[in-house]
Design a protein around this ligand. Structure first.
Ligand code: SAM
Length: 308
């Protein structure tokens, strides 16, 4: 198993995502002889996992069942151990698109944090690209490096434990893209510029506050970056619920009993007109967006480094 290539069968040492429900999953490391407890009972790694096909339905010791899924960057983002705030799929999708990432891209990133974005970058740039990721918190850098090894993507990534604002990315003139998720991105723009290839490239900076965005844009302009633009990606969840829709009474139908039956038959349930309204209402299932939308995570500022 690797996070950048699918395998058919589960093996010792693999990461498997145990799917108990859409909002209940957990990643486990497969180890012969080990057991994992779930609310449906125990999963025995040797007999229930090793040698089984990824995606199988596995019956636990109490008779309930789970799916055992192949890990992907999306599932990892939903289930990874949080050591920091992380980036989610809505932002990640935009970042990989707008940074023009593809197999073979060379990317510089800081900070590594919990590695949520890093895993998505690695899948996109495999098999021949490389990620240089910089994290100044020693344990976070160490943990991320260990996870990249466990997930068999370590040949695609170099983790450096240093301050990107003081020491840069540890590489010069190689990057196609640079990504920043640090509190003071404006302090890393000169290092970002030096990390890019001569032929230009794309930069993205993620910041929760608009004041950080302003300072970053100023630094980008001072350093000659072009096409600077900031956007916010918000996910709008629709609630499925029943609503009553009033239908005016248009009087008797022409066209016979069959036609009248078709037009008056409500989708679900018809509520008779109240004494003085003259309206019939139908109850139907529909999806509605929330009136107020929470969910701000941050602003994405993109810019291009001119060629030369
Ligand atoms: C919000 S987290 C990054 C999360 C990451 N994008 C993810 O998706 O998991 C920010 C990280 O940047 C690191 N950091 C902050 N300032 C830094 C700097 N100047 N140099 C290197 N790392 C830095 C922090 O230690 C933290 O781990």
């Amino acid at each position: 198993m690797s996070f950048v290539e699918y395998s058919e069968f589960i093996q010792e040492g693999d990461v498997v995502i145990i799917f108990l429900g859409h909002d209940s999953m957990m990643p486990i490391n497969v180890k012969s002889g080990a057991q994992t407890q779930t609310r449906y009972g125990a999963i025995r790694h040797s007999s229930d996992l090793i040698g089984r096909r990824f995606g199988s339905k596995v019956t636990c010791s109490k008779g309930g069942w789970v799916y055992v899924l192949h890990p992907t960057p999306e599932l990892w983002t939903m289930n990874l151990p949080h050591r920091t705030q992380i980036l989610y799929t809505t932002d990640i999708a935009n970042i990989t698109l707008m940074l023009d990432l593809k197999p073979g891209s060379i990317v510089c990133e800081s900070g590594t944090g919990s590695g949520s974005l890093s895993h998505a970058i690695l899948r996109t740039i495999a098999p021949s690209g490389h990620l240089y990721t910089v994290e100044f918190h020693a344990q976070r850098a160490e943990k991320a490096a260990q996870e990249f090894k466990d997930h068999k993507v370590d040949h695609l990534v170099t983790v450096r434990n240093q301050d990107v604002c003081k020491e840069g990315f540890g590489v010069l003139g190689v990057a196609d893209a640079v990504f920043l998720d640090i509190p003071s991105p404006w302090e890393a723009i000169t290092h970002a510029k030096k990390a890019f290839k001569q032929k230009g490239g794309r930069l993205c900076s993620f910041s929760p506050c608009i004041e950080q965005v302003q300072r970053t844009c100023e630094a980008l302009m001072e350093q000659g970056f072009e096409e600077i633009c900031t956007l916010e990606v918000l996910q709008r969840v629709h609630d499925v619920r029943s609503v009553n829709l009033p239908l005016p009474d248009f009087g008797p139908e022409d066209g016979g009993a069959e036609s009248a039956k078709m037009t008056t038959e409500p989708p679900l349930e018809e509520v008779p007109p109240s004494a003085n309204s003259g309206y019939t209402s139908v109850t139907c299932r529909t999806a509605t967006p929330p009136r107020e939308m929470a969910g701000h995570t941050g602003y994405l500022t993109f810019a291009s480094k001119p060629r030369g």
